[in-house]
Design a protein around this ligand. Structure first.
Ligand code: CP3
Length: 340
């Protein structure tokens, strides 16, 4: 079999037209997702049911023929496996028990393998059911981003609770991040062994860290994950997405060793071009251009293709697709990227 297009890009090849997928491509903007979600009960029930999770992962592939499928799950299955009482309340986002510094030493990862077994079963099943040419992407949250939810017990606008925790209790923070790094590395290895072609590490909250904290809390734990994953799966291909990392992106790629950098829409295309000389980049259309459609969408796509299309590029949004994205605009995006 010819190597899947997205994997060729992660190896540094330029592929034209670029492979394309969208972060959060399975989700509420799709009527077929909303219908299945309404029947499934809780969101986590959906994540832990291999039949339903497989179906939801395949929905956007059937409808749009994206070059890659991303496993349907959530980054918060790791704190759920640590029994932090994770729940998703309708219209409110995630909730869990906020963790205090003295509780970190007693976190027990020993049940995680069994807890996450249904997700691994979904990966195996997906690789069997996906078209041969479709890349299967596994994922986890970066330790820092997962920790921000564990500390606040919910999402917050600037993750101030976790930043303060880091300044007041740096040893406890480091201990938490390295526990999460070990668990996440094991989890990614199992996904790769079950049939994921590559993995993405989502650090959605990297951008709230100052320079020194970025080094300690975003770079070091992700470097540990990359090393540990490659110790088991030597050629593992890994996309890092440190959202908001800006001027620290080069440093992040060099020090973590990820193969490709996911870029949010605030990264200037000239910087993205410079980053491409060191390896593949993924991104970085503003998800709101997809909502607006028309000229805003076409111009946004064209600028990215003009600047980055002749180098190793995975076309994507700069963050997840939102529930109000019109399906016709997703179709228009794909036609434009693929030159149809
Ligand atoms: O299609 C895909 O991209 C795969 C599945 C996926 C989900 N979440 C499904 C989901 C992936 C890769 C994620 C990652 C994730 N989850 C991140 C990192 C990426 C990012 O968006 O920054 C984060 C921070 C989370 C945590 C999380 N999960 C939040 C904050 C929320 C609530 C916000 C929201 O959009 O509702 C979720 C819920 C969630 N995860 C949904 C989906 C489809 C919506 C839940 C529902 O259907 O009710």
């Amino acid at each position: 079999m010819a190597e899947r297009r997205l994997l060729r890009v992660l190896s540094g090849e330029s592929v034209s037209p670029p492979p394309v997928w969208l972060m959060r491509q399975a989700g509420r903007y799709l009527p077929e997702y909303r219908e299945l979600r309404a029947k499934a009960g809780g969101f986590l029930d959906l994540c832990y049911d291999p039949d339903l999770a497989t179906e939801v992962t395949l929905q956007p592939i059937r409808r749009f023929g994206f070059d890659a499928a991303i496993l349907f799950s959530d980054i918060l299955v790791i704190p759920d496996a640590l029994r932090r009482g994770v729940r998703f309340e309708a219209g409110e986002g995630p909730r869990m028990e906020p963790i205090a510094p003295h509780e970190i030493a007693s976190l027990d990862p020993s049940g995680a393998d069994m807890h996450l077994a249904p997700v691994i079963a979904t990966v195996a099943r997906l690789r069997r059911e996906l078209p041969d040419e479709t890349t299967l992407i596994g994922f986890c949250g970066a330790p820092w981003t997962v920790a921000t939810y564990m500390i606040a017990g919910r999402g917050t606008p600037d993750q101030a609770p976790a930043r303060l925790f880091g300044y007041r209790h740096p040893e406890a923070m480091t201990e938490l991040l390295f526990l999460l790094a070990e668990m996440s590395a094991d989890y990614l290895v199992r996904q790769l062994q079950a049939g994921a072609d590559c993995v993405q590490i989502f650090d959605s909250w990297a951008g709230v860290l100052d320079e020194a904290s970025f080094e300690a809390y975003a770079v070091a734990p992700v470097r540990r994950i990359v090393e540990k994953v490659r110790a088991s799966v030597p050629n593992a291909r890994i996309i890092g997405f440190p959202k908001g990392a800006g001027a620290l992106l080069t440093n992040y790629r060099e020090k973590t060793g990820v193969d490709a950098l996911g870029l949010d829409w605030s990264v200037p295309l000239s910087q993205a071009q410079a980053l491409q000389s060191g390896g593949a980049v993924q991104g970085n259309l503003d998800p709101l251009r997809l909502i607006a459609g028309g000229r805003a969408l076409d111009e946004g796509v064209d600028r990215i293709l003009d600047a980055l299309g002749s180098g190793p590029l995975v076309f994507n949004l700069g963050h997840g697709i939102t529930p109000d994205a019109p399906i016709a605009h997703v179709e228009a995006l794909l036609r434009r990227v693929r030159g149809g």
